[in-house]
Unconditional design. Structure first.
Lengths: 518, 488
């Protein structure tokens, strides 16, 4: 990021800020006598590490200062035609702040080296967030362009939702879910009918085609302080030797190549007021699978810590699944004492064909030395329920949402030697470890006080398989529809070697965010 | 990859077939103009009437007569004398003939808040909450009325087809032994135009449930909603539109009776789709609701959430939680949307009073406006109206409200003021609204009305002046497709 680019970015932010000084908030105006809506937001967050454990992968005090601004506009030249475009600017001001202060811990652990990756998101494909045209005459719906397609019924667990990759580089703090989805170039065509039937109320065929204009996989939290900054997991390959950034040999498909094209279709409808869908997706895994190519390079961090850099091949194997979703409320299951709200059940299940996984390694040979293919079954059961607890909140309800996730690897032991089976080896998707059966639960509870202005919320994710927990309590104050303030904490613990949440357990932090919508 | 291509081709083939085949399964009222051809945008509406400080009588220059296609307008306009005569016959009176008995010294003319002391009759003529609003604007609530004009009482009536259906179905709509509607007995029109007997209060509430306003709920509405804190600073600046389709008891727009076979088979009452355009976090959110005639059948609610790009099933039983940024719960939607049920949060129903009140008059020209300073309601006209005062006392101590009081116009059966009290008997929320009145159509709507929501415990207010037009919508306008295509 050169100085010229930096000035340009700051100017862009200033323009956005100047543009939002209108007291009337979101602006609407006519272009060629048709309406244009302009809106967006500016968020500034800050995090500080509060871990008692001091380690190579964390730093005392302020850790990040992520700024995100988004300007979006919709133009409707006709009643059934609209164009939408949004531009996003994301920066983490911690890099210039630490650089100006010559922070020795920051530089000693090599966090400053992740500046290239995390300071400012540059490049037109990152700054042009979404850009699509929607044409929807009658029961037909066509959307072409850079967009997000959300399939599925569950929150956080992405089973049907395989189309867009996610960007988790900036961690698990106060990063909005909407901000973590990466829009990609897609053609989406749907056709709906409203049947004259007593049992079938609505049905539509929804299709999506990814022409692979530019291949983009997930952008996960990667290993190495030099690329992931303060979010790099704490992984020691040997006592005192940290795992650093990998030397990737990427097998990602070339832009426009047929190997990267993807297709999905689903039938979604309403049967007896229950929403169902049948899904099919044939594409590439957004999550890269890794295989070791050779022994690691060893470098020294500025503070003298030895860092191992693995040479790995990254592939995005075919991801082919069939799945189904179901959602319904159950009006007969309610209690007036609890507010009389019926729970809503959400189910999502998929069968993956020939899912490609990296292996943890054999008794002999390089770790992560090969791929194996297994069919998989994954499902999530979720239940949303609003309940009233007058002694805690006499004016508003508590929203409780629980989810249970199960991932089962079929024929788990088929590629293993007897010695590996007896040694209890796991398949291993690099840092996210995989057993034959993998279980995870989530729980979200929130309510509101003072005319919906104050929202306390608790999120808890439990990794049953590897005995880890992630807690995220937060408090949001919505001063108005424009100004929002959030404070919260992220608390992570893991208890199973270097698996599950263990790599992130030194990332406990508090965060605060100011958000302005216009 | 080859398999994928084959699959792609198959799907595209199916799509093509679906696109070229006429969707015989889809009903659309093709004989009426497509609402998309005449519905204005918010920008166009606000050219005729700004959100604040605009006294222009915009309904005289931008009302249904000017905006609707001429042929459609003429289908919805009827002989005024015939409507007046028939409705007087149905309800048994004309409003001008039954008012003027309380405080007869209060005459038509212009008044200010300073005249209250000089005219004690005004206090007798207004319900207490309205009387307390007659003052200059100022915290903690919006909607004060510093000056107003009393106009002569008008006869209000419903459109000729509605009146004819009401007359035709007179006595057909039945209540059960507990006073709850037998849903299959209502076929259209006002179910109980002469409420009487031991279940008079319930009959009045069913007149509200089956209210025929907004072209029998076949309408398009767009509104700019302002939420205000106790300092009267705007803390919620929302824009939404509503597409509403009546599915049963249709008398005004074809098809008459049931909208289609599905509505008949499932006893569907009506459906609407609300699209939120502002504030930014709500932009692209759509909500579709489907209501049933039978109170035992749970209503259905789906929502398109733009942040997740998904249609989500919601529980329609989630009806007591405060609506974000507004001063109401879901059950307060449209003023009152709660299902009358003997099992789920049942009420005791009473008529407290039947007498005349001085109320904000239904507007013909839309000259009323909201001032930016003090958030006052200005250009308010008042009119003596015959009213019922109905009290609903909640029998379940777990419901958010302990009782509700409705001030219901005896000629139109629309409520003008609702007081909602919490379980401790403290005034919690109030709803106030005059209506838009289109004499040649015999129609009351939200168009041009000043609607006021007040939260008396959290000291918050909401005010809006919607704009609405009749719309002959089809199923696809209020379906999963619309949820998706109108969404972000």
């Amino acid at each position: 990021m050169g100085k010229g680019s930096f000035r340009w970015a700051v100017s862009a932010v200033a323009l956005v800020l100047l543009g939002i000084q209108s007291p009337s908030g979101a602006s609407e105006f006519n272009l060629w006598d048709k309406p244009v809506s302009l809106m967006g937001y500016v968020d500034q967050g800050v995090t500080a590490n509060i871990s008692r454990e001091k380690s190579f992968d964390n730093k005392d005090g302020v850790n990040s200062a992520v700024f995100t601004s988004l300007l979006e506009g919709e133009y409707k030249p006709a009643a059934n035609l609209k164009a939408f475009m949004s531009g996003k600017f994301t920066a983490d001001w911690i890099y210039p702040i630490m650089s100006n202060n010559n922070n020795s811990e920051w530089e000693g652990k090599g966090f400053n080296q992740s500046r290239e990756e995390l300071f400012i998101d540059t490049g037109w494909d990152k700054m042009l967030n979404e850009a699509f045209v929607t044409y929807s005459p009658g029961n037909f719906f066509l959307r072409v362009g850079k967009q997000i397609v959300g399939w599925g019924e569950t929150d956080g667990f992405r089973l049907m939702d395989q189309i867009n990759p996610v960007d988790n580089r900036r961690g698990l703090g106060d990063v909005e879910f909407e901000n973590s989805i990466i829009p990609i170039w897609l053609v989406r065509a749907n056709y709906y009918v409203q049947p004259q039937s007593g049992w079938l109320q609505d049905i539509g065929l929804e299709t999506v085609f990814n022409p692979n204009v530019r291949f983009q996989g997930d952008r996960p939290i990667d290993v190495g302080n030099d690329v992931s900054g303060i979010w790099a997991p704490d992984v020691q390959v040997a006592p005192g030797v940290q795992l650093g950034s990998s030397r990737y040999a990427s097998n990602a498909p070339q832009d426009w190549s047929r190997a990267g094209m993807e297709f999905g279709a689903r039938v979604k409808g309403v049967i007896n007021d229950m929403i169902f869908s049948l899904n099919y997706f044939n594409g590439l895994s957004n999550s890269g699978q890794l295989r070791s190519l050779s022994g690691p390079d060893i470098t020294l961090a500025p503070d003298g810590t030895p860092i191992a850099h693995l040479h790995v091949e990254e592939s995005f194997p075919r991801y082919q699944m069939v799945g189904a979703t179901f959602t319904s409320d159950f009006p007969s299951v309610n209690s007036s004492a609890l507010g009389g709200v019926a729970p809503v059940l959400r189910l999502e299940a998929e069968y993956l064909m020939n899912s490609t996984l990296s292996t943890e390694g054999g008794v002999v040979g390089l770790p992560f030395g090969s791929y194996v293919k297994h069919d998989e079954i994954r499902y999530v059961v979720g239940l949303d329920w609003k309940v009233k607890a007058d002694f805690l909140n006499p004016k508003a309800f508590f929203f409780i949402s629980g989810q249970f996730f199960h991932r089962h690897i079929m024929d788990f032991q088929k590629d293993m030697a007897p010695a590996e089976i007896s040694a209890g080896m796991d398949l291993k998707d690099f840092l996210v470890n995989v057993k034959e059966n993998n279980y995870m639960t989530t729980l979200l509870i929130n309510t509101t006080y003072f005319h919906n202005k104050l929202t306390p919320q608790l999120f808890w994710m439990r990794d049953i398989t590897f005995n880890g927990d992630l807690f995220k309590p937060q408090l949001t104050y919505d001063y108005s529809d424009k100004w929002h303030y959030t404070i919260g904490a992220l608390l992570i613990n893991g208890k199973n070697g270097q698996k599950g949440f263990v790599g992130l357990e030194n990332k406990d932090q508090i965060f605060a965010t100011v958000k302005y919508r216009f | 990859m080859r398999r994928t291509q084959r699959f792609c081709r198959s799907i595209l083939g199916i799509l093509f077939l679906l696109a070229v085949l006429k969707p015989v399964t889809t009903t659309f009222a093709a004989e009426y103009p497509n609402p998309r051809t005449y519905i204005p945008t918010l920008i166009e509406i606000e050219k005729h009437k700004a959100h604040f400080d605009d006294p222009r009588p915009y309904l005289t220059t931008f009302g249904p007569k000017q905006v609707l296609p001429k042929e459609f307008y003429s289908k919805l306009a009827f002989d005024v004398d015939a409507m007046k005569s028939l409705w007087a016959e149905i309800v048994g009176f004309k409003a001008p003939d039954v008012v003027g008995k309380i405080a007869p010294g209060v005459k038509p003319g212009k008044y200010t808040y300073m005249d209250l002391a000089k005219n004690p009759g005004l206090k007798k003529l207004m319900w207490p909450d309205l009387y307390n609003r007659i003052k200059p604007g100022g915290p903690p609530h919006a909607g004060n009325i510093p000056e107003f004009e009393i106009i002569r009482t008008r006869q209000l009536y419903w459109a000729l087809p509605i009146a004819e259906a009401t007359k035709k179905n007179l006595g057909k709509t039945k209540l059960d032994a507990k006073g709850y509607l037998k849903p299959e007995t209502w076929e259209g029109g006002v179910p109980f135009p002469k409420p009487t007997g031991p279940f008079r209060a319930q009959e009045l509430m069913y007149n509200i449930e089956k209210k025929t306003f907004e072209w029998e709920r076949n309408f398009y509405l767009i509104s700019h909603f302002a939420g205000m804190n106790s300092s009267l600073n705007i803390d919620f600046d929302g824009v939404y539109d509503v597409k509403s389709l009546m599915l049963s008891g249709r008398t005004l727009l074809e098809p008459y009776g049931w909208f289609d076979e599905r509505a008949k088979e499932r006893k569907e009452f009506n459906t609407y789709l609300t699209a939120f355009h502002a504030p930014r976090d709500a932009f692209g959110t759509n909500q579709q609701a489907l209501f049933f005639n039978d109170p035992k059948t749970s209503d259905q609610l789906m929502m398109y959430l733009p942040s997740m790009r998904r249609v989500r099933k919601m529980s329609s039983t989630d009806s007591q939680d405060p609506v974000m940024g507004q001063d109401q719960i879901y059950d307060d939607n449209d003023g009152f949307l709660q299902k009358l049920s003997p099992d789920r949060y049942p009420y005791k129903y009473e008529v407290l009073e039947e007498r005349e009140y001085l109320v904000p008059a239904a507007t013909v020209d839309g000259a009323e406006y909201i001032s930016s300073k003090g958030k006052e309601f200005r250009n308010v006209r008042m009119e003596r109206r015959p009213l019922y005062v109905v009290k609903l006392t909640q029998q379940d101590p777990n419901y958010v409200y302990g009782h509700r009081i409705f001030y219901i116009d005896a000629e139109t059966f629309l409520f003008l003021h609702i007081e909602n009290y919490n379980q401790k008997g403290k005034l919690y929320r109030t709803w106030d609204g005059n209506y838009g009145w289109i004499p040649e159509m015999g129609m009351l709507s939200w168009s041009g009305a000043l609607i006021l929501l007040r939260d008396h415990i959290d000291l918050h207010s909401g005010a809006q002046q919607p704009y609405s037009l009749p719309a002959a919508l089809g199923r696809s306008d209020v379906s999963m497709k619309s949820l998706t295509s109108q969404g972000k």
